[in-house]
Design a protein around this ligand. Structure first.
Ligand code: AQP
Length: 330
């Protein structure tokens, strides 16, 4: 099973990223043949960015992934811009991508409305580059959170259209969205997803937050004026906390509801805060050991890029040739 997923170098990864995606990456590395993970710096330049910060954030994200348990001997980990095949395949795929489909993407609608200066063409093209990322490796499985469902559906459509026209060259990938934890919500606004750019500071738990900060954020989490540790209508805040604890403990949400049946909101919030602190502490500790050595991080990324380019160039050569680009074989 070939697994592929990409993650943005946004520096401060949050609990939603960890539960929805990173946790699945670590789980996938022994199933993947291979498991390929890419830090998507080219996607990051689709919105306003600072070059020095981008490079530094990329090291942060690499260190978080390694600290979370990715092992370069058991997966392929690389920087997107090091493998030029992604951008070339993006252009080739754009010829079979419908403008109307791109116009319907929720992420584009959402992010374009938030740009203050420029809504870049790169933001519009984001899903085509994402399709190229995955299709370049003939990946069969794409571990992502719920917010990426529509993009994975589009990449399937792009692969289908390409194959119909040029032959069976690309593989239609399936998404792997976790049953529990696919959409962790903002603690201050449990009707919006926890997010790097759109959320509140107090409602976003970062992987690298100190225990005191985690405690404070959970203590002030918005719940409801009722009682009872149960999921249901009007109880989005409590449901989010139940889901977080159920992922951390590896239990069904119903088991959490049973365990806390007679607890009050305050005690429940403290229990979730404590469990989250313990859950993230080893990652934070390993991160502080790994992050300072940028040379070592570069070595990991370069070795990964070499392996990735070898795989992607095979697919790209076939795609170019089938599309009538470059010299003929005879
Ligand atoms: N709240 C979430 N719950 C579960 N999964 C989530 N993901 C993102 N938010 C949640 C999943 O994390 C992976 C990496 O996402 P990304 O590369 O888009 O990273 P990001 O930009 O840091 O994530 P955000 O917070 O989603 O960013 P913005 O603010 O740009 O919208 C993906 O698999 C995603 O599904």
């Amino acid at each position: 099973m070939r697994i592929f997923s990409g993650i943005q170098p946004t520096g401060r990864k949050h609990l939603g990223n960890y539960i929805g995606a990173i946790r699945q990456y670590v789980e996938g590395q022994d199933r993947g043949d291979p498991a390929i993970y890419c830090i998507v710096d080219l996607h990051a330049i689709s919105v306003a960015w600072d070059p020095a910060e981008l490079r530094s954030n990329l090291y942060d994200t690499t260190a978080i992934l390694l600290a979370s348990g990715l092992d370069p001997d058991r997966c392929v980990l690389f920087r997107q811009s090091d493998v030029r095949e992604h951008t070339e395949l993006c252009w080739l795929l754009s010829s079979v991508t419908s403008h109307g489909d791109l116009n319907r993407m929720h992420q584009f609608k959402d992010k374009s409305s938030k740009q203050r200066e420029l809504v870049s063409a790169a933001l519009f093209f984001y899903p085509v580059l994402q399709a190229a990322d995955v299709l370049a490796y003939r990946a069969e499985e794409v571990p992502v959170g719920e917010d990426q469902r529509q993009h994975v559906e589009l990449m399937r459509e792009i692969a289908r259209r390409f194959n119909e026209r040029f032959g069976e060259i690309l593989v239609e990938p399936d998404h792997r969205i976790p049953e529990i934890g696919a959409r962790i919500m903002d603690l201050q606004d449990p009707t919006s997803k926890m997010s790097t750019t759109g959320g509140s500071e107090q409602g976003t738990v970062y992987v690298l937050d100190e225990p005191a900060a985690i405690e404070k954020k959970f203590r002030s989490a918005v719940t409801d004026s009722g009682q009872g540790i149960v999921r249901g209508e009007g109880k989005e805040g409590i449901a989010n906390l139940i889901e977080i604890l159920s992922v951390i403990r590896g239990l069904e949400p119903s088991a959490i509801e049973e365990e806390f049946a007679s607890a009050g909101y305050g005690d429940f919030k403290s229990a979730v805060a404590e469990a989250t602190s313990e859950f993230l502490a080893p990652v934070r500790e390993r991160y502080s050991e790994i992050r300072p050595d940028e040379k070592a991080l570069d070595e990991v990324l370069s070795a990964g890029a070499e392996r990735a380019a070898e795989m992607a160039s095979v697919v790209l050569d076939e795609a170019r040739s089938a599309m009538g680009l470059g010299p003929g074989s005879g």
